[in-house]
Design a protein around this ligand. Structure first.
Ligand code: HPA
Ligand code: ZN
Length: 338
């Protein structure tokens, strides 16, 4: 195990990425290119101006930039290119397995057919196998839309069931508790989907929402969710179930002005299976290796601690026990050689 953590160590460490929004990988360059190709006015005409528009200090102000930006995605090839460019970057970041979110309602509501985005995203997943990245899709419901709309999405996804690994829940959490989605989550579980949902950082009702997600909806994983650190019963629950929490330090820094590294490390030290992820890397200043690096630098982490995060990511991913063992062995071999 190296004493000093280097970029080479972080990038080489085999990792799974479990909290990544495909629409959040839209870099200013691709956004402008697609806007010009599709004749869409995004309000900016230079990469510099697009970059400047990526300016927010809360979840709400981020979402206000994020959703309109998706307008540039129009054709199956646009969705393919977005996903493939992310997967190529993930490869350079040492990602071996990825379970990626996408937001059907953000595209359906602007007239894009389900078939258009699912086929583009799925084709990118298939092509990523050629460079040894195992890529899967998680379909997110928008929590600020009605539960009925989530059920309609579930229905639309039926012909593509084998292209989608799980369901998630994102967008604005305020006044949109997990229980609002009890029906679509129960139907999704009946259809064999894995389930996860966002429990965003420092929400008005964080603890109540997390209780609903864990104890009533019974999700298989929790996205963000670091507020459980305030409640020992929830920490014990998560530990007993070996449930994964997907943390995103750079994203936390944007929406709350604090990477929440203290909480992340405290949870890890209590045995919680926390992983490190990039959330919306084009919007939050970095990909997964940048998240590991920022956390390690700011909180003076050891190589052992980074290895634990990487192992947690595979242990809480939705793969077979055999695949988990294979990846964990890869980590051990990497560490031994390093
Ligand atoms: N929280 C809620 N909605 C989101 C997020 C997030 O972290 N990223 C993209 N949509
Ligand atoms: Zn997220």
């Amino acid at each position: 195990m190296p004493k000093k953590i280097t970029r080479e160590f972080i990038e080489g460490l085999p990792k799974a990425e479990l909290h990544l929004h495909l629409e959040g990988t839209l870099e200013p360059e691709l956004k402008l290119k697609l806007a010009q190709k599709n004749g869409i006015d995004i309000g900016q005409t230079t990469i510099e101006d697009v970059r400047k528009s990526y300016d927010y200090d809360s979840l709400a102000s981020f979402l206000a930039v994020y959703y309109p930006g998706m307008n540039v995605l129009q054709t199956e090839d646009d969705f393919y290119q977005l996903a493939l460019e992310y997967l190529q970057k993930a490869k350079l970041n040492g990602v071996r397995h990825v379970e990626m979110f996408f937001d059907p309602q953000a595209h359906l509501t602007r007239g894009i057919a389900f078939e258009t985005f699912i086929k583009g995203y799925h084709r990118a997943c298939v092509d990523a196998a050629a460079f040894n990245v195992d890529a899967h899709l998680i379909m997110c419901f928008l929590r600020d839309m009605p539960a009925k709309s989530a059920n309609e999405v579930l229905e639309m996804a039926k012909p593509y069931r084998d292209m989608i690994l799980g369901v998630g829940l994102d967008s604005d959490e305020h006044h949109n508790p997990p229980l609002k989605f009890a029906r679509p989550y129960s139907d999704a579980a009946d259809q064999g989907y894995y389930t996860t949902m966002h429990a965003d950082i420092d929400q008005v009702d964080s603890i109540e929402h997390i209780k609903q997600a864990l104890e009533i909806i019974e999700v298989d994983r929790l996205d963000h969710g670091t507020n459980i650190v305030e409640n020992q019963d929830l920490v014990d629950w998560v530990n007993q179930k070996q449930l994964g929490l997907t943390s995103c330090p750079l994203s936390n820094g944007f929406v709350t002005n604090d990477m929440k590294g203290k909480e992340i490390v405290e949870l890890m030290e209590q045995g919680v299976k926390v992983s490190i992820n990039s959330d919306d890397p084009a919007y939050f200043g970095g990909y997964i290796a940048d998240n590991y690096e920022a956390l390690a630098e700011k909180y003076d982490l050891t190589a052992e601690q980074l290895v634990t995060f990487a192992k947690n990511s595979f242990e809480t991913s939705w793969i077979s026990d055999f695949q988990k063992e294979t990846y964990l062995k890869e980590i051990d071999e990497f560490v031994e050689k390093f």
